[in-house]
Ligand binder design. Structure first.
Ligand SMILES: *Cc1c(COP(=O)(O)O)cnc(C)c1O
Length: 447
């Protein structure tokens, strides 16, 4: 990929973008009457145009057919999972029966730990990454304590080396090997939400299995962001939310992957509920639980049709875009953002990107670390129509924080990346001249 710093380069990259038309399928937040530059798909993906219609349709079916909607029509509610499993399986590299949509993310972390964390007096440890998303830390600690172990002893946190921000795969593997037969489970985020680092899930899974432990992942920042092959890698389980890169709506439902080596085992320990019962017998209301095969057997409750509607719409968009084209564009878009940031540095900007430079070790998010004054830059770009986010330093590197920038392939353009960089450049000049900001969108400065 060869880039240059001209606006025409951004425009020609947009012209060559096979997904360009998909931008029109989303609703964009507005800033001063103009489309905002939305680089926050890692936090809440945008609303697809079709969402409202899909929710209206569920409301209409409910109104017109009541309970019969479960069985009636072209898309009976009872078949809602089948509608989503195919596209979702392609997103995470699974067989359709290995994925299911249910509950919300942290709830599913607890449920899957309920199945996979069955400690004994000798095998009870869990490996996590230091600085994991807080909900994951709380959930694992709660499960460990509930079963009578001390989290301080049972949870092993793998940390970056002194003076570094990222984890080395070899350090994760070394921690797994050192824990050996005391290790029950390795549970990492697929992509760390703060640094944007994508871990080597295949190698971590293999190493965990080699000491007799399970490997499970929280893919909140990976699902819909990077290609994965959960089935082929032999990952035991994974969970993710739909509302980040999968545009499933605020608080939308969570996805679960359960490898069929477990899903096809009728004795696999499930925290059962009636919706996990084999569909053919579910409504016979028998006493003993007979699980559905695959991940479907993990379902506990009736699917929330209104909350699911945005997600099946967003999965239809992903299906039409094609996951491979999404991931290909993501690589180009992120490389372009990185290139322009480096060009700013060449002019003396000193922006420190902590996300890996290796495209195979990251998704679309770049985290720019600031020891100080990062928040002021963040406020400036926010006031000028860029939506991204600011996170305090959770690794206590030195008390600063990061601006997380995530240009996503379905609805972001190369020109937006260009305009974002122009704003940063303008801010840095402003800083030294204390001048008045011109409107950058009317007067783009060449990065
Ligand atoms: C976003 C995110 C969550 C959020 O969990 P909810 O239960 O959906 O609120 C959990 N874990 C990780 C790693 C996340 O990135």
């Amino acid at each position: 990929m060869t880039f240059d710093t001209s606006l025409s380069c951004a425009q020609s990259l947009d012209q060559q973008d096979p997904l360009q038309a998909f931008q029109q399928e989303f609703l964009f937040p507005q800033h001063n009457g103009k489309k905002a530059i939305y680089f926050c798909g890692n936090s809440l993906g945008l609303q697809a145009n079709g969402v409202k219609g899909a929710i209206d349709q569920v409301l209409r079916e409910w109104g017109e057919q009541g309970v019969e909607s479960w069985f009636k029509g072209d898309q009976p509610w009872l078949k809602v999972q089948e509608r989503m499993q195919g596209p979702l399986a392609k997103v995470v590299g699974a067989l359709p029966e290995e994925v299911i949509v249910m509950n919300t993310l942290t709830v599913n972390i607890h449920l899957l730990l309920g199945s996979f964390y069955q400690p004994t007096s000798t095998r009870f440890k869990v490996i996590m990454e230091a600085g994991a998303f807080p909900s994951d830390q709380y959930a694992v600690a709660a499960q460990v304590s509930k079963l009578g172990f001390d989290p301080a002893e049972a949870i092993i946190e793998v940390k970056p080396r002194a003076g570094e921000e990222l984890l080395h795969t070899e350090d994760i593997i070394a921690a797994i090997e050192a824990a050996g037969e005391s290790l029950a489970l390795t549970m990492l985020g697929g992509i760390n939400y703060y640094t944007g680092q994508l871990y080597d899930l295949a190698a971590i899974t293999t190493a965990s299995h080699s000491v007799g432990a399970y490997a499970g992942f929280d893919l909140a920042h990976a699902a819909g962001n990077v290609p994965m092959s959960l089935h082929d890698w032999g990952v035991d389980f994974a969970v993710w939310c739909s509302y980040k890169y999968l545009n499933g709506g605020p608080g939308g439902p969570s996805g679960v992957f359960l490898h069929n080596k477990h899903g096809d085992d009728p004795n696999f320990p499930r925290l059962a509920g009636w919706w996990g019962y084999q569909e053919s017998g579910r409504f016979l209301m028998r006493k003993d639980f007979v699980p559905s095969k695959g991940a479907a057997g993990l379902q506990i409750s009736t699917p929330q049709m209104l909350a699911f509607a945005p997600h099946w719409v967003s999965l239809e968009v992903v299906e039409r875009a094609g996951v491979q084209r999404m991931f290909d564009k993501s690589k180009r878009l992120t490389a372009y953002l990185e290139y322009l940031l480096h060009q700013l540095n060449a002019k003396g900007a000193a922006l420190h990107i902590i996300t890996p430079t290796d495209p195979a070790a990251r998704g679309s998010q770049l985290s720019i670390y600031f020891e100080q004054n990062g928040k002021a830059l963040f406020d400036y770009i926010s006031e000028n129509g860029v939506i991204c986010d600011w996170r305090e330093d959770n690794l206590s590197l030195s008390g600063g924080g990061v601006i997380r920038v995530a240009p996503v392939p379905l609805y972001n353009s190369f020109q937006e990346v260009y305009e974002f960089i122009a704003l940063i450049q303008q801010y840095l000049q402003l800083d030294s001249h204390s001048g008045v900001a011109a409107n950058p969108s009317q007067n783009p400065i060449q990065p």
